[in-house]
Ligand binder design. Structure first.
Ligand SMILES: [Zn+2]
Length: 80
């Protein structure tokens, strides 16, 4: 869970949603589905600390091209 009960940007209501997050690292990019708190008013997304850490790990892997174990969740990796 995120440490907010309302949106820190606009004060709007937050709802838990499954969202798609595009991560880039080096020349690689991948789309992941994650849980996020989404603001109903401004559409801002908040991620838990755990999710943020996971993003960092994924970015690092993308940067080094270690994408073999990734599950692209129905979408292919984009190598740009
Ligand atoms: Zn907001």
């Amino acid at each position: 869970m995120v440490p907010f009960s309302s949106c820190p940007v606009c004060g709007g209501e937050l709802v838990e949603r499954q969202v798609e997050k595009l991560l880039r690292g080096g020349n690689n990019a991948a789309v992941f589905e994650v849980q996020a708190e989404v603001c109903l008013r401004c559409g801002g997304r908040l991620y838990s600390l755990e999710t943020m850490r996971r993003f960092e790990q994924i970015r690092e892997k993308l940067e080094h091209g270690y994408v073999e174990g990734f599950q692209p969740l129905g979408r292919s990796f984009k190598v740009v």
